[in-house]
Design a protein around this ligand. Structure first.
Ligand SMILES: Nc1ncnc2c1ncn2[C@@H]1O[C@H](COP(=O)(O)OP(=O)(O)O)[C@@H](O)[C@H]1O
Ligand SMILES: Nc1ccn([C@@H]2O[C@H](COP(=O)(O)OP(=O)(O)O)[C@@H](O)[C@H]2O)c(=O)n1
Length: 212
């Protein structure tokens, strides 16, 4: 069973994906952390995340050991991630890792949940279940602001909102694998739903293949 979850920043995809994976005993891959790790590596070397050769080299040299590093979770790294993510050679370099994870999940798990921007459209276009989790940009910026504040980051709400708008525009506007719901995805607008309500809907959908 492959479950694909896509959506814009701070829509709640990671929260949902992690919980679904735990519930069903599936493996979980946060594909955004791959792009964040590439953006972070370029920044560490003082490079330009928008430079194709620099970003591709960082993607090819990616060390999966860094994927859970807290330093990837900043807004600056998110911006760099969305710049490297618009480069086709970077996406190509990361594709095989994601597909292999979905096909042969680690630890013999019987399924995999992947979240990102292009899982249902490109990485796992034949996924058994596809969801597109979204919410208004104001709601998403509030969620991310609260999350970053709780982690002790010094952030300004208006800057988080502006960063999110910039990133949404870059992710939806790029030519390769733009952010968009797959034709056969279940769209869940979580603007007025808490994480528990979203999880309940998603469990029903994964189990039954539909909501009605
Ligand atoms: N339905 C929801 N309602 C309110 N807050 C939520 C909801 N889903 C997730 N959150 C919170 O919003 C923040 C962003 O969620 P996250 O799952 O990281 O989003 P994404 O993976 O889409 O960027 C987190 O602090 C999370 O706890
Ligand atoms: N499958 C994916 C996942 C992330 N990304 C890029 O990586 C950036 C960071 O993704 P993320 O999922 O960690 O971001 P959040 O939604 O957690 O804020 C996004 O803004 C996209 O540009 C992508 O292009 N394709």
């Amino acid at each position: 069973m492959i479950v694909a979850i896509d959506g814009p920043a701070a829509s709640g995809k990671g929260t949902l994906a992690r919980r679904l994976a735990r519930h069903f005993g599936y493996a979980y891959l946060d594909t955004g952390s791959l792009y964040r790790a590439v953006g972070f590596a370029v920044m560490q070397n003082g490079g330009d995340p928008a430079d194709p050769d620099t970003a591709e080299a960082a993607a090819r040299a990616l060390d999966p050991g860094i994927l859970n590093d807290e330093r990837l979770r900043t807004d600056a790294v998110a911006q760099a991630a969305s710049k490297v993510a618009a480069i086709p050679a970077v996406r190509a370099a990361l594709l095989e890792f994601q597909r292999a994870f979905a096909k042969r999940p680690p630890d013999g798990a019987r399924g995999a949940v992947l979240d990102g921007r292009d899982i249902g459209t490109v990485v796992c276009a034949d996924a058994d279940r596809k969801m597109f989790v979204t919410a208004s940009v104001d709601v998403r910026a509030k969620r991310r602001f609260k999350e970053l504040r709780e982690k002790g980051h010094e952030v300004i709400e208006s800057a988080v909102l502006q960063d999110m708008k910039d990133r949404d525009a870059r992710d939806a506007g790029r030519t390769v694998a733009p952010l968009a719901p797959a034709e056969d995805a279940l769209v869940l607008d979580t603007s007025d739903l808490d994480a528990e309500q979203v999880f309940t809907l998603a469990v029903k959908y994964v189990t039954e293949g539909r909501l009605g």
